[in-house]
Design a protein around this ligand. Structure first.
Ligand code: BGC
Length: 761
């Protein structure tokens, strides 16, 4: 005990040395920036707030002209989506040699799920529930991006989404604020580290806020929700990124409470800075300021002033700040202190990145040759992909397959490289991705024969696919008729022992501006699948998608379904790993799959209502339900099968009566009853039975991914404290309320063991 007392002063000394060092660093930075800003003209300060796009990758309307001239004139703070380290080095050279004050530029890019080595889409990664691995994907992305000149990524995207019509559900971590928050923090850590290395880049959490709650799932549409829902269910992941020290925040396109986020002082100042203590800078999304004209907030000068006054620091693409802030200052519509403040925050970011010490810190030509798309990165991408797949059905243990006999591989996604990386993979090299066909061939060697047929196009009408493409990617269409394609597939199927059907969405049917009103399997592919099932051969559906799909027919009629999302550069190899059992699948859904589109929004942590459906029923008159479909999802949140078979014991708790700040331990024993070693995501949910406001039927409060050997058992425990019981009440106070709580533990949000406890203050 005595020893512990000795430790306290030591700790205090260490702590004060550390905070002194931090203070010292801060004073040094302040001094440097004060000196620099003293030399800056108003135009140069406003110039720092300007972020033009390079023109390499365009997702909106406006494009800046004469960027070179503007850089020399000190009218540019950073540039984004420019690819190639040599190009970037040259632009940086212009900034630091040919502009008056030689201020280096930020180079941003949408490095969303990897750079050239592309990882699975973020929605898929979130289904791994493996935070260490997700952090490492961000780390590898940062290594490759920084070796290519990039010092700033527009990631993580943490928008909670409960509406799979919205295409950008693919870019986030699904529907749950708790899981989303953990992932947000892990990614920030992975990208930024402590900024000390030339492979630590600045992260940008986006899209603040509520972008994923667009009405009807239509991209860029209005959002409107109560503050209580906002704070409890949608804002936590942005806050988690801020708490993890994220360097920048991106404002969202949508309005919140009738004011576009880009001009929303409540969001940008009251919450972000005053409540959460965010110290970095806020950038708009692409033309976010200009779009406030269409939102109906005024002309360019008005909306630019509105944005600055709300707390926006940097203007992406639109140049509203560049063109109007000086005039607004002269007219008293904005204050100089605001321009100074925004400029300071951007200079601070450059300082923290070390760009003033070495503007070429991220332009090491050698690194770009040795640290991008390396064998180690590819190996890791393959592991990450396999860990993100979710086994949705496996009747009679059809999977894993043997590497023998004749395997028919059929479908428009079977021999496609360009569809493997998924949306927002701007730095990927499409021809490098591994297709399913290649993956299977690599895996079987001479062991089995792979017979391939395309079977159909993505959809008979090419528009579904074509409209989604962002960067003009080629769509490989087959000009044969539907019948010709089908006949060829059936011929191959008839020769085979088993059929692998690689079907689903094309990669850019999800992502930005790729909303769908029907989220089913494209019809020509469903026809193909039905014909394959009709052959009577066993069919494995390898499902590609960037969103939950309504696959009720498939679930009923196809014996095995492996959801592979879009797995990145190594997708094909990873798919083979799982299909043949070299890797045991362990992904669990981070998003609910509805039975039909009419059930949307459907999410596990809903409220009970005053007329809940009695358990075990699917319809009762005058209850909250539908005439034509049950309230159940097709696959619930947290769901995913394994080649192992896990059994949960009842829950034991350290006490059923808990008081004050105590810690409650809740445990289960999980047994792997199978002959296969496997990984299981053990999930903890809590229901607060009575509250001053209505509380969800359950909320995820913890999870552990454990490896359990065949035939073995493992005890898994969760430590629960009052902070796990906290929520924002009607007055938006974050606190917990005494009472009864249902503690639930299980392998998904539906199938749980439960125990009631009572917790008093
Ligand atoms: C997207 C952002 C992205 C930005 C820059 C916008 O269209 O909404 O997520 O970071 O473009 O490329």
């Amino acid at each position: 005990m005595k020893r512990i007392f000795w430790l306290i002063p030591c700790f205090l000394v260490l702590f004060s040395v550390h905070s002194f060092a931090q203070q010292n660093d801060k004073s040094k930075m302040d001094l440097f920036i004060n000196n620099l800003m003293n030399k800056m003209t108003l135009d140069e300060k406003i110039g720092q707030l300007n972020l033009p796009g390079s023109g390499d990758i365009v997702t909106g309307q406006a494009k800046s002209s004469d960027i070179g001239k503007k850089i020399k004139a000190g009218q540019v703070g950073g540039l984004f989506n420019i690819k190639g380290v040599e190009k970037i080095r040259e632009v940086q050279r212009v900034a630091v040699e040919e502009s008056r004050l030689k201020i280096p530029l930020l180079f941003g890019m949408d490095v969303i799920h990897g750079y050239e080595t592309t990882f699975p889409i973020p929605l898929a990664l979130s289904c791994s529930w493996n935070l260490k691995m997700i952090e490492q994907t961000a780390r590898v992305a940062a290594i490759e991006a920084s070796a290519s000149g990039i010092n700033w990524t527009f990631s993580p995207m943490v928008d909670i989404c409960r509406d799979p019509r919205w295409g950008r559900i693919a870019e986030g971590s699904g529907e749950d604020a708790y899981l989303g928050s953990q992932i947000a923090a892990a990614m920030v850590k992975g990208y930024q580290g402590d900024y000390s290395l030339n492979s630590n880049i600045m992260a940008c959490v986006k899209h603040y806020a509520l972008y994923g709650a667009a009405e009807a799932g239509r991209d860029y549409n209005t959002t409107d929700m109560s503050r209580i829902r906002m704070f409890n269910e949608y804002l936590p992941p942005y806050k988690a990124a801020v708490d993890a020290g994220v360097g920048s925040v991106m404002a969202s396109f949508n309005e919140v409470d009738g004011i576009p986020a880009t001009g929303n002082k409540f969001l940008m100042t009251d919450v972000l800075r005053n409540q959460w203590g965010f110290k970095g800078f806020v950038v708009t999304d692409y033309t976010g300021i200009n779009e406030m004209i269409d939102h109906g907030m005024g002309d360019l000068q008005q909306v630019s002033a509105l944005a600055l006054n709300a707390g926006i620091d940097m203007d992406m693409v639109g140049e509203g700040f560049l063109l109007t802030l000086k005039k607004s200052l002269q007219q008293g519509k904005v204050k100089l202190s605001q321009i100074n403040n925004a400029c300071r925050l951007i200079l601070e970011a450059k300082y923290k990145l070390g760009l003033f010490d070495n503007p070429y810190k991220y332009c090491d030509l050698q690194r770009s040759k040795t640290e991008v798309y390396t064998p180690a990165h590819k190996k890791f991408a393959r592991e990450a992909a396999a860990e993100s797949f979710v086994l949705l059905k496996n009747k009679d243990g059809l999977l894993p397959l043997k590497k023998t006999g004749k395997i028919a591989l059929i479908g428009p996604l079977a021999n496609s490289k360009e569809n493997m990386p998924g949306t927002w993979s701007v730095a990927t090299i499409l021809k490098n991705s591994i297709s399913v066909k290649e993956g299977l061939e690599n895996a079987v060697g001479n062991g089995a024969q792979i017979l391939y047929a395309k079977g159909s196009n993505i959809e008979a009408d090419s528009n579904l696919e074509k409209r989604g493409t962002m960067f003009g990617r080629e769509i490989g269409r087959d000009n044969r008729t539907e019948k010709e394609l089908l006949d060829e597939a059936l011929e191959i199927a008839s020769q085979s022992d088993v059929i692998i059907a690689a079907l689903g969405e094309a990669s850019e049917m999800s992502g930005e501006s790729s909303s769908r009103s029907h989220i089913d399997m494209p019809h020509t592919q469903l026809k193909l699948l039905k014909a394959l099932v009709k052959t009577g051969k066993p069919v494995v559906l390898v499902l590609f998608t960037g969103r939950p799909l309504t696959i009720t027919w498939e679930n009923k009629n196809v014996p095995a379904i492996l959801n592979v999302w879009f797995g990145g550069s190594e997708a094909g190899n990873a798919i083979a790993d799982v299909l043949f059992g070299d890797v045991n699948p362990s992904g669990k859904l981070s998003t609910t799959f509805p039975q039909n589109i009419g059930q949307v929004p459907l999410y596990y942590n809903h409220k009970n209502t005053g007329r809940p459906l009695p358990e075990g029923k699917w319809f009762e008159k005058f209850r909250s339900n539908y005439l034509d479909v049950s309230n159940d999802p097709l696959y619930p949140f947290g769901f995913g099968l394994s080649y192992s078979d896990f059994e949960y014991s009842d829950i034991t708790v350290s006490s059923k009566k808990v008081k004050g700040n105590a810690t409650l331990t809740a445990s289960v024993t999980v047994t792997n009853k199978s002959k296969t070693d496997g990984k299981e995501v053990v999930q903890l949910y809590i229901r607060d039975i009575v509250g001053s406001v209505t509380r969800p039927v359950k909320e995820l409060k913890g999870f552990k991914k454990v490896t359990i050997k065949a035939g073995e058992s493992q005890k898994v425990s969760f430590q629960i404290t009052p902070s796990d019981l906290k929520f924002y009440n009607y007055n938006l106070k974050y606190d917990w309320e005494a009472g009864d709580f249902n503690i639930m533990i299980g392998g998904n949000s539906r199938d749980v063991k439960s125990v009631m406890i009572n917790w008093v203050k």
